[in-house]
Design a protein around this ligand. Sequence first.
Ligand code: ATP
Length: 229
Amino acid sequence: MGDLGPSAPMTASAPRSRRIGILGGTFDPVHVGHLRGALEVAESLALDELRLVPSARPPHRDTPQVSANDRLAMVECAVAGVAPLVVDARELQRDKPSYTIDTLELMRAELAAEDQVFLLLGWDAFCGLPTWHRWEELLQHCHILVLQRPDADSEPPDALRNLLAARSVSDPLALKGPSGQIAFVWQTPLAVSATQIRQLLASGKSVRFLVPDAVLAYIDAHGLYRASN
Ligand code: ATP
């Protein structure tokens, strides 16, 4: 390394805290609603990384229609070269239900204490929070960003009212510290769901423009979601 010269500081300044977003889901399959929302949040909150985390055996819902390997491969195709979106496959490597609290604890252990973690939840997922394993501990590890979904009901469940009153801030850019607050984020409304995509494919229709071309190519090449599956 060259001479830094007389004006260079004697000690490096402390690295700024990192800003990490997490979007979990079954991604059965991943679609533009997930991807566009993730990218918009990553850009507007200046995230260093937004991790898409496919879940293995989701505790709250039906078994995914295609294998974990196929769901992972589709997410990998979708985000290839789209920084700061990345794939985190850790929940697929666990042979137990994928509880978000476990994932958060593992990720936290790998980060610096001051790093900020943002858990992205679509409105429907947010409303289901009180049924999640150890849900009241989630905010010890992350902030929660709620993505509006165009097809969502407008009222949160009663169990979340007190939490919202105590923890929500109106501006997502005002979220302070590593964890503990909730903010709602605006994104381009895209009323797309994986359910709709599976139904279209099962009835022999096209899903072009609802998923990235690379995901479409993967679905076609592997004959996924067609009526014969
Ligand atoms: P399914 O139709 O099979 O229930 P989904 O389209 O809701 O699937 P998931 O993989 O269950 O997709 O969603 C992962 C996360 O992404 C959840 O937090 C969900 O609320 C959010 N999400 C999914 N689709 C959208 C969308 N169109 N707009 C905003 N958020 C979304």
